[in-house]
Design a protein around this ligand. Sequence first.
Ligand SMILES: Cc1cc2nc3c(=O)[nH]c(=O)nc-3n(C[C@H](O)[C@H](O)[C@H](O)COP(=O)(O)OP(=O)(O)OC[C@H]3O[C@@H](n4cnc5c(N)ncnc54)[C@H](O)[C@@H]3O)c2cc1C
Length: 287
Amino acid sequence: MTATGYVRPASIAEAVAARAAHPDWIVLCGATDLMVEAPLRPAPVGVVDVWALAELCGIAEVDGGAVRIGAATPWRDVVTSPLIAARAPILAAAAREIGALQIQARGTIGGNVGTSSPVGDSLPVLLALDATVELASPRGTRRVPYRDYPTGYRTTALAADELIVAITIPAAHPGARQLWRKVGTRRAQSISKIMAAALLRVEAGRFVEARIGLGAVANRPIRAAGAEAAIVGAPVGEATADAAAAALAAELTPITDVRSTAPYRLATVQQVVRRFVLEASSPSSPD
Ligand SMILES: Cc1cc2nc3c(=O)[nH]c(=O)nc-3n(C[C@H](O)[C@H](O)[C@H](O)COP(=O)(O)OP(=O)(O)OC[C@H]3O[C@@H](n4cnc5c(N)ncnc54)[C@H](O)[C@@H]3O)c2cc1C
């Protein structure tokens, strides 16, 4: 990657100004996606380098129980954060399976959101946890619900002059169960065949809340709206697990590619979501 322009801003304000002054430059953070893609693209005109920009790093509690994660926070910090372990354990679980230790030391949550690949491992988790993306530009700051952020294959709601500043995860109900599963060829350095994340809550033997985020089964990370509808209001147990699996068959049309086949993807997602429902149905789960 050879760029003719380079700036390393010292603040979000400087980064936003650089973005506005150079709309044809790229934003670079950990570079673990950009360097892989570099040989396949023309060299960028210039680079706004936000790696380790202090204002974009860190994990903190905000607004009475929500967790705000700076866009330039590397996965290693997500994995080791006690706050994430307590509030968003499935984000830590997903982060632990991204690449291997070297990638987790360098790759960031903002970069995963920025690339917006259908196989970005954190993205189904952000859907299940109903996260919000904070974006900054010369027009100010706006907050976009993550479910509205991916708009197509690697396209997003990010405007050309915007910077991803942070991801915020709202406080979940204390009785909610968080579940995560990545299926790949290995436990590390493996791009997902499918991944699924869920937040499920049971009260008095019935599901009262269900959000299911899926990856690698569509051109973008998606919520499984049909399966969620089959679960909410239904009693715990096998029949609801079967209904959720049937709803997935009706709503998903995964593709066959180098990593997996469409039938395998559908069958595996059905199996994983079935297990989520049964796990959340078990008496040991908080309800
Ligand atoms: C060997 C290897 C293994 C990998 N394994 C996995 C895996 O298992 N799971 C997985 O999900 N990913 C994996 N990845 C991909 C990558 O590590 C992640 O997507 C990572 O989170 C990207 O973060 P980054 O900071 O390196 O992004 P960068 O490469 O710096 O940027 C990625 C994109 O986001 C944009 N961007 C970054 N920050 C901002 C910002 N603040 N504002 C606006 N735009 C921004 C950039 O312009 C670029 O388009 C792997 C990569 C490699 C090389």
